[in-house]
Design a protein. Structure first.
Length: 272
């Protein structure tokens, strides 16, 4: 099904060690813990604020109060803030963690598109789990959560309200501006001019989709990850319509990097 969500919830607690991964992002820090079999035991999130290390410590404390078992050392950390983490943590790139999580779910040739607050990452992963190539975009706000959050703020909407309205907008709605900041101003003025709010919300998500396509040609199977598709799931069907690919948004899409980090921590001691 286009834009489908695969069933993947938290699993019952299992005895034994727990493997922790942290993704220290620019807006949110997210954590995930897995058991020896790679089953998801716990996931959580906390606003990053001004201190990556403090936000990561808060997440680790959240896991500590869960009756899941002792956390194996070392935990693995990824994301923009990984270099600010303590020396007791292993650091891994976003690329490797995204690839690890996607391959864990879908051991086949695939592309991962991770769309976050500050940029997007495209990763080509082989059926063997190897990263074939990747591309990062952090120079433009047009395909980021910052763009959509700022637009929602200017339109006096909660981000999820923007996503809900977009689902009922006209499929032909488009924004002319290519810059994220100018697109916010354009959408605001067009609403003031009487255009339907839902149409402009949909046009904003179409604009994000178009920027994602600039990351390069996609294969037949795409895993759409990051906080943006988690809050704006319409991106899945829009991307599928534009490419003809099967597009999957996994549950807890914003925590895919953290899950990959936890799996890498588990891999270090060997799977069952």
């Amino acid at each position: 099904m286009i834009g489908e969500r695969e069933p993947h919830g938290a699993q019952p607690a299992a005895p034994g060690r727990v493997f922790l991964g942290l993704d220290l992002g620019t807006c949110w820090c997210r954590g995930a813990a897995v058991d020896r079999a790679g089953g998801l035991l716990w996931h959580g999130q906390h606003p990053t604020g001004t201190d990556y290390r403090a936000a990561g410590r808060t997440l680790a404390d959240q896991l500590a109060v869960q009756p899941r078992g002792p956390v194996a050392n070392p935990a693995v950390v990824t994301g923009e803030g990984r270099h600010h983490a303590g020396p007791e943590l292993q650091r891994r790139t976003e690329i490797s963690c995204l690839a690890r999580a996607a391959h864990h779910w879908f051991p086949q040739d695939l592309d991962v598109l991770a769309v976050g607050g500050r940029g997007c990452v495209a990763v080509r992963v082989t059926a063997a789990g190897r990263v074939q190539h990747f591309l990062q975009q952090r120079r433009c706000a047009a395909a980021t959560g910052f763009f959509l959050e700022e637009l929602a703020r200017r339109l006096a909407l909660a981000p999820r309200e923007l996503g809900d309205l977009a689902a009922s907008g006209a499929p032909t709605a488009r924004l002319e501006a290519e810059c994220g900041l100018f697109a916010v101003a354009e959408a605001t003025e067009r609403v003031r001019g009487g255009e339907p709010l839902a149409d402009l919300c949909r046009a904003a998500l179409v604009a994000v989709t178009e920027r994602l396509l600039e990351q390069g040609p996609l294969g037949k199977f795409v895993v759409l990850a990051g906080g943006v598709p988690e809050h704006f799931p319409l991106l899945g069907p829009l991307l599928a319509d534009a490419t003809g690919a099967r597009v999957v948004i996994p549950p807890h899409a914003g925590s895919v990097g953290a899950l990959g980090a936890a799996l890498i921590a588990r891999d270090a001691v060997g799977s069952p």
